[in-house]
Design a protein around this ligand. Structure first.
Ligand code: 3PG
Length: 342
């Protein structure tokens, strides 16, 4: 027993296709010949609707789906990958030994944006294609970034006078899918939005959104009451946000991290927060030193217990179904549009 899925094309605010999920008639999966085995390995599971959608898309293509959810031991992952042709993961670590154990593997799709959890070099060496699903979970992350700004400006909902976002300046560090959505939402709240992204060379992209591009990271931090981080974790960006940038921020500034913990120089951050009693840090990715930071910085610091930026049903459905569709398109038509290890 199963479902068929229609995937009508919908466009996000940037004119990009976003998959929508819709259930229709019930069909019998057993009529399909199983040709490919797709593993969904999610330590942090998708919403049920997303899993049903993935199964539906794979079943229509005649593929078998194997689920490994909420696993706690890497050995479970190593065993599960042994005979699969494709994998869908979230932040799950697809390291060289996982790839080595996956003898039949041809494709890994990271259902989400950041692919720093996949060893791209090891995948390329084995001829395994790695893709992400850009834009599919961006709205969920952008909403959380705005929510975190409000949470911190209202003293984490503890008694005392807070302040409003309206009229404040938010700096967007990296103007990709999430950054652009944060900018739009911030504008709707009456904030002044500035941005820095060395990879966006077309000023019109900023200007069409009513956003002011600034010329350097230093300029961005020095002018931002709130700084929303959206840079990926790469060899170049790791530990790139630290003491100097934080110390340059305006009085009462808040750093909002819904990107990756690796981009923060934790020692520098802690030094800046110790010296400047007005600085705040809110993050969706707990720092290594989380307990001591809670103890030392009180209401000026908050970390979610588990990364939850993309933890919405909508984001799970969009990213999960996009991943399944990309796998089918890869096997059936050779499409590699979202490959990240070319
Ligand atoms: C991403 O890179 O897409 C986000 O960080 C979400 O990651 P998650 O799927 O692990 O929640």
């Amino acid at each position: 027993m199963g479902y068929t899925y229609h995937l009508p094309s919908r466009r996000n605010p940037f004119g990009e296709d976003v998959i929508e999920w819709e259930q229709s008639e019930i069909i019998d999966f057993t009529e399909y010949k199983v040709t490919m085995k797709v593993l969904v390995a999610t330590e942090k599971p998708f919403a049920k609707k997303a899993v049903d959608g993935i199964k539906g898309i794979c079943a229509e293509a005649g593929y078998q789906v194997v689920m490994l959810e909420k696993y706690t031991d890497k050995a479970e992952l190593l065993a599960a990958v042994e005979d699969v042709d494709a994998m869908i993961v979230r932040s799950d670590k697809v390291t060289a030994d996982v790839l080595a154990a996956a003898k039949q593997l041809k494709i890994v799709v990271r259902a989400g944006a950041g692919y720093d959890n996949v060893d791209l070099a090891a995948a390329s060496e084995r001829g395994v294609v790695v893709m992400n699903t850009p834009g599919q979970n961006s709205n969920a992350v952008a909403e959380l970034a705005i929510g975190m700004m409000i949470y911190m400006s209202r003293n984490q909902f503890t008694p005392g006078t807070g302040y409003e976002l309206q009229g404040k300046t938010v700096g967007i560090h990296a103007y990709g899918n999430v950054g652009r959505l944060v900018g739009r939402k911030a504008k709707a709240l009456g904030m002044n939005v500035i941005a820095y992204d060395p990879f966006v060379t077309d000023r019109a992209l900023f200007e069409n959104d009513g956003v002011e591009p600034v010329g350097s990271v230093d300029e961005l931090y020095a002018a931002s009451d709130f700084l929303s981080l959206h840079i990926p974790a790469t060899e170049q960006t790791k530990k790139s946000i630290g003491y100097k940038l934080l110390m340059s921020m305006p009085k009462g500034a808040t750093l909002v991290n819904t990107a990756r913990k690796e981009v923060i120089d934790e020692a520098g951050l802690e030094a800046a927060m110790s010296e400047r009693l007005d600085l705040k840090y809110v993050t969706d990715i707990a720092p290594n030193d989380v307990e001591s930071m809670v103890a030392r910085f009180g209401n000026r610091f908050f970390a979610t217990p588990k990364k939850m930026g993309a933890e919405t049903a909508e984001a799970n459905i969009n990213a999960g179904l996009a991943a399944a569709r990309q796998i089918v398109e890869f096997f059936e038509k050779g499409i590699t549009k979202f490959q990240v290890n070319k």
